[in-house]
Design a binder for this molecule. Sequence first.
Ligand code: HEC
Ligand code: HEC
Length: 325
Amino acid sequence: MKKQHILIGFLFSILLFSGCQDTDFQPDYVTLNLPSYVPPMIIPDDNPLTKQGIALGRKIYYDQRMHHSQQLSCSSCHKQAHSFTTSQNCMAHINLGWHKAFLWNGGVEGTLEDVAMYELVDFFNTDINVFKNDSAYIRMYKEAFNVNVDEISFKYATYALAQFFRTMNSFNSKYDQWKRGEYVFTQAEWNGYALFYSETGDCFHCHANELFLDNEYHDIGLDLSPSAGRYTVTGKQTDFGKFKTPTLRNIELTTPYMHDGRFQTLEEVMDFYSSGVQNSANLSTLMPVHNGGFNLTSQQKADIIAFLKTLTDINYTTNPDFSAP
Ligand code: HEC
Ligand code: HEC
C-alpha cells in the first residue's frame, strides 16, 4: 500500500512539474567557491544565485537612475577601489552575505534582500518606472526571474541586488594566502597576528573569526558621552553608545575609520585603542580602561598594523566582475 502511494505521488509530481515547466526560463545557476575556513553562507531558498540575477543586481548597483534625483547610484558612495566605501561614515561592501544586521546601528535586521529593500525604497526612493520603461531591464528581469513587465516590482530588484552582494566576497588577501600555505608572514605581520589574538591586543573577541566580525554591537569607549548608536533601534539604555563591529578585511583601503569617520589613519586607530579609551556608561567589559586602553608600545602598534594590512585584497578591489557593467 505504502509503496503504491509513493509511486503515485512520484508520478503525479512528474506530471505537475512538466506541466508547469517553462522551457524559455533556464537561468544559469551559480555556486559560490568559498574557502573551507568560513561558515556556509545562508542563501534564501526562494532566491538562488543565477548568472542572470547577479547581472541584473550589478546593473542596478551602478545605475544613477536608481535615486529619485536620477543622479546617484549605489556606487557613487560605495566605490570598488576602497572596498566599496568612501569618505565619512559610509560602510564597506565586502562579505556581506554573513551579516545578520546592517547599518552602524543595525537598523535593518534580516537578509540582504531586506537591506536592499531599505536602500531602494526608503533611502533612494527609486521610481519603479525606471525599470518598466527600459527595454534592457525588461529583458533582464525576464531572464533572471521569468517575470513580465507588469510583474516587475521592488521585490525582484532587491533579490537581484542581494544576489550581486552574495558574490562580492574577498578571500584572496595575504592572510588568506597564508591560511592556504601560499604565503609566509613577515616577522612584523607574525608579531601583529600574535598580539591580535592575545589578551594584549584582544582584538579577536569582537573582530572575530575569518570574517573579522561578530555580528554584535559594542561601545568601545570612543567618547565619554557617546552618540546613541544601537539605542535608536532598541530603545534600551544598555545599548546606548553601541555600534556594529565592522569587518577588518580591506581595512587599509577604507579610511576614514569609525562610525563617524573620526580617524584618518590606522595609526590614529591604534593610538585610540592603546591610550584613548573613555570610561563611558556602556563601555565593553573587553575594553581595558586603566591607562586608557591596551597600553601598547609603538612597536606593538606598528606590528598590529602590519598584520591588519595582510587583510588587504587587491584582487577584490580590481575584480572586473564587480566593476561597472
Ligand atoms: C550618499 C552615499 C551613499 C549611497 C549613494 C549609498 N549608500 Fe549605502 N551606505 C552609506 C552610508 C553612509 C552607510 C552607513 C549608514 C548608517 O549606518 O547609518 C551605508 C550603508 C550601507 C549598507 C550597510 C552595510 C553594513 O555593513 O551594514 C548597505 C548594505 C548599503 N549601504 C547598500 C547600499 C545600496 C544597495 C545602495 C544603492 C541603492 C547604497 N547603499 C547607496 C552611504 C551611501
Ligand atoms: C569590544 C569589541 C572590540 C574590540 C576588543 C576591538 N574592537 Fe575594533 N571595533 C569594534 C567596534 C564596535 C568598532 C566600531 C566602533 C564605532 O565606530 O563606534 C570597531 C572599529 C575598529 C576599526 C575601524 C573600522 C572601520 O571600518 O571604521 C578598526 C581598524 C579596529 N576596530 C581595529 C581593532 C583592533 C586592531 C583591535 C585590537 C587592538 C580592536 N579593534 C579591538 C569592536 C572592537
